[in-house]
Design a protein around this ligand. Structure first.
Ligand code: G3H
Ligand code: 13P
Ligand code: ZN
Length: 309
């Protein structure tokens, strides 16, 4: 039991038709729910921490909570930095014991992205830590409707091959139509699987990463809206599309919004049904249970039944 990298789990996932779930963590209940779900399903998983999570909870709390989860569960855990903005935050996380970091240079030019990614790869690899980078921009709801817009934002297969060769990065986040948050598509969900297949054909040994992979499960959206929420018109990536992406080289799928929705839906329900309740354990506990159930559902039905330790 210990902190591990993604090397072995991605090698297995690359050869199979499944992907590993990477779940964003922000507090104790979320960490406990994901780890218990993975333990119950005996599935590999990744816990990831964003800059926002670090700001909210303080890095030391998150690292110590994940250490506690590892000891308590007896499971190996990958601790990953999600969307590292620059070399300094990646270095800090490597030094703090993270086993995987993402350098997100997607807002920079191709050349600059290569330059900072290479710098992170050199440092991380010297400490035995793996690196995810990003090429292409995650399209928002209004973006990428036309072919021209897609070409401007989605990952170019040739550039992806050049980027991996020049940086030595361990995995690559690509843009094929997903976006962060609860409003991913205005009309019918659509992902550029042709582009994904081209990328994975050129990079057969590089695990690909799908950000913005939440399904925005309608049951939780409905529950939120029923109990006083206001999130109309939200739409995520259908589960079937995640399964398809996993067949074409996607080894890691990033999920945060579905965790947030599961937690919020349950808390909203309790607040409305029992307005006299004010013990946080009485709503955070059930919220934690709801997250665990949702993660187990994903592991069983979306991330692949063969996805076992
Ligand atoms: O990248 C997006 C993740 O959902 C993290 O979100 O930056 O609000 O923590 P956050
Ligand atoms: P979602 O907003 O779809 O959960 O995506 C999360 C993500 O990509 C974190 O990096
Ligand atoms: Zn992301």
């Amino acid at each position: 039991m210990g902190f591990i990298t993604t090397k072995d789990m991605f090698a297995k996932a690359l050869k199979s038709d499944y992907a590993v779930g990477a779940f964003n963590v922000n507090n104790m209940e979320i960490i406990q729910a994901i780890v218990e779900a993975a333990k119950a399903e005996q599935a590999p998983f990744i816990l990831q921490v964003s800059a926002g999570a670090r700001k909210y909870a303080k890095p030391i709390y998150l690292v110590k909570l994940v250490e506690a989860a590892m000891e308590d569960s007896g499971l190996d855990i990958v601790l990953h930095l999600d969307h590292g903005d620059d070399f300094d935050i990646c270095k800090k996380c490597v030094d703090d014991g993270f086993t995987s970091v993402m350098i997100d240079g997607s807002k920079h030019s191709f050349e600059e992205n290569i330059k900072i990614t290479k710098q992170v790869v050199e440092y991380a690899h010297s400490k035995g830590v793996v690196v995810e980078a990003e090429l292409g921009k995650l399209a928002g709801i209004e973006d990428a409707v036309s072919v021209d817009a897609r070409d401007a934002t989605f990952t170019h297969p040739d550039e992806a091959a050049e980027f991996v060769a020049k940086t030595g990065v361990d995995s690559l986040a690509i843009s094929i139509g997903t976006s962060h948050g609860a409003y991913k598509f205005k009309g019918e969900p659509w992902l550029d699987f042709e582009r994904l297949q081209q990328i994975s054909a050129l990079l057969p040994n590089t695990p690909l990463v799908l950000h913005g992979a939440s399904t925005v499960l309608p049951a939780f959206v409905d529950m939120c809206n029923k109990y006083g929420g206001n999130i109309p018109g939200s739409r995520g990536v259908p589960e079937e599309m995640i399964r398809t992406a996993s067949k074409y080289g996607v080894c890691k799928v990033n999920i945060d919004t579905d965790l947030r929705l599961a937690m919020t839906a349950e808390i909203r329900k309790i607040f409305v049904e029992d307005p006299a309740e004010f013990d946080p354990r009485k709503y955070l506990g059930p919220a934690r249970d709801e997250i665990q159930k949702m993660v187990q559902h994903k592991i069983r039905n979306v991330l692949g039944a063969s996805n076992r330790l």
